[in-house]
Design a protein around this ligand. Structure first.
Ligand code: GLY
Ligand code: MN
Ligand code: MN
Length: 436
């Protein structure tokens, strides 16, 4: 099916969801404000624009500010499209693409002209940030309405899956270019340029700040710098970087060694665990159980490699596995990289708690077809956490010489984007690497 047909189905699903959500929250109209640019304090420079994801789900215009969508059950959606007369910047072009035919579009030159096209009567719900308020239209973000829309946003439409697959393919090209640059001994900065060039992105329109980490830097989970100088020796390379397609993101991590057999064994161990965990992305599986199983599998790798002399079960119980794997196994993925409603108990609200002792897990729901999640196990050598372990009662279970040796490589993370189906999981990321 072509993207136009997929998008038409997508819109009819969104329309149904909005109708139900409005009925539940007791409103006649839903307004969605795209959002407005934000400025630096006492300055006329704006921050990179981040659009209201609700707006983006309806129209694939990540850079569109000051726009409005008006949704009224039984009527065609209305789009108020801001196209300023601006000679300082490139003004948005006239609305164009597979999506335009589905909207009644009103082009405005000034943000304040939007109110002429917004409903004047009835009970109006407005989703948007506070700054988007215009005349009497102040975003109120009704909780009942958001609970419903956010809960269901976890179930991707065919159009959304199409975009997510493409986002993985774009990123896969970048990952291959980055790996080649690493093998040539490039700096983090140069590797990042290679990634951006191969994906056609700049530093601002990537879905999240690229993590490009050589050697010990791989131990910093969200390492945020890129050294201009290449290190004397590039022993290891961890890259966590994605791409966007029509506003939908990929989120992919790969780790590479440079010939060291012990580090390669660690990569191989994490990868085997990762593939086994991806297999568990199935209808009815509680994601919390995948997270706990990740601890057991990664602890098994630590035991097999002689790093920790303790069974996986006792490593989990004593908190040792969390020293080496101190984050969640993954999260929902979509318009936001850490997509909303990871803890939602139902479409009427409520929250599914994290398992005790796992404060960083971002998804606790039971998987069902249409959900897209990441599976991203890792093992790291993080000074701060290792020092606590060394000072504690379980220090004797650890081979500290091996830990010190492997610390020069920082750590390993392998992350794929995976769709739950009625049957076997669809690994968007591995499919993308195979295709490019
Ligand atoms: N890139 C952030 C994450 O993997 O969740
Ligand atoms: Mn992730
Ligand atoms: Mn990531």
């Amino acid at each position: 099916m072509d993207i136009g047909a997929l998008y038409a189905q997508h819109l009819s699903t969104l329309q149904q969801r909005v109708e139900t959500a409005l009925a539940r929250s007791g409103h006649d109209h839903l307004l969605i404000a795209a959002g407005v640019p934000k400025y630096h304090f006492l300055d006329d420079r704006d921050y990179p624009f981040a659009i209201n994801p609700h707006f983006l789900q309806w129209v694939p215009l990540p850079q569109h500010s000051h726009g409005w969508i008006v949704l009224t059950p039984g009527r065609r959606p209305v789009l108020v499209y801001h196209q300023p007369a601006d000679y300082w910047h490139v003004a948005p072009s006239a609305p164009d693409g597979f999506w335009v035919e589905h909207f009644d579009i009103h082009v405005i030159r000034e943000p304040k002209q939007a109110s002429a096209f917004l409903p004047k009567q009835g009970r109006i719900a407005i989703i948007g940030e506070a700054d988007a308020a215009l005349d009497g239209y102040t975003p109120d973000n009704p909780q009942k309405l958001l609970d419903y829309l956010h809960y269901h946003r976890a179930f991707k439409t065919g159009y959304e899956l199409h975009c997510l697959r493409e986002a993985s393919r774009i990123a896969a090209r970048g990952h291959l270019a980055a790996a080649a640059a690493f093998r040539e001994g490039a700096s983090e900065y140069a590797i990042n340029r290679a990634y951006l060039g191969a994906t056609g992105q700049n530093d601002v329109n990537v879905p999240y700040g690229n993590i490009v980490a050589l050697n010990e830097h791989a131990a910093v989970l969200h390492y945020q710098y890129q050294d201009i100088e290449a290190p004397a020796q590039s022993r290891s390379f961890l890259i966590d970087a994605g791409a966007r397609c029509n506003g939908y993101s990929s989120d992919i991590t790969r780790t590479w060694g440079n010939g060291d057999a012990r580090f390669q064994a660690l990569i191989d161990g994490v990868e085997a665990a990762q593939l086994a965990l991806v297999e568990q992305v199935r209808d009815g599986r509680d994601y919390r159980d995948i997270h706990v199983d990740a601890h057991l599998r990664l602890a098994d790798v630590l035991q097999q490699l002689g790093l920790v002399r303790m069974t996986p079960e006792s490593q989990l119980e004593s908190g040792i596995s969390a020293v080496f794997f101190p984050h969640g196994i993954g999260h929902l993925l979509g318009l936001q990289v850490h997509d909303v409603a990871g803890f939602a108990a139902s479409d009427e609200g409520g929250m599914i708690a994290r398992p005790d002792g796992h404060p960083f897990l971002r998804l606790t729901r039971t998987l069902a077809p249409g959900m897209v999640v990441t599976i991203e196990p890792g093992l790291y050598f993080i000074d701060l956490l290792l020092r606590e372990l060394r000072a504690g009662p379980h220090a004797g279970a650890v081979d500290w010489d091996a830990v010190e040796y492997l610390s020069q490589f920082g750590g390993v993370r392998i992350e794929d984007d995976v769709a739950c189906t009625a049957d076997a999981p669809e690994n968007l990321t591995r499919d993308a690497f195979a295709a490019v």
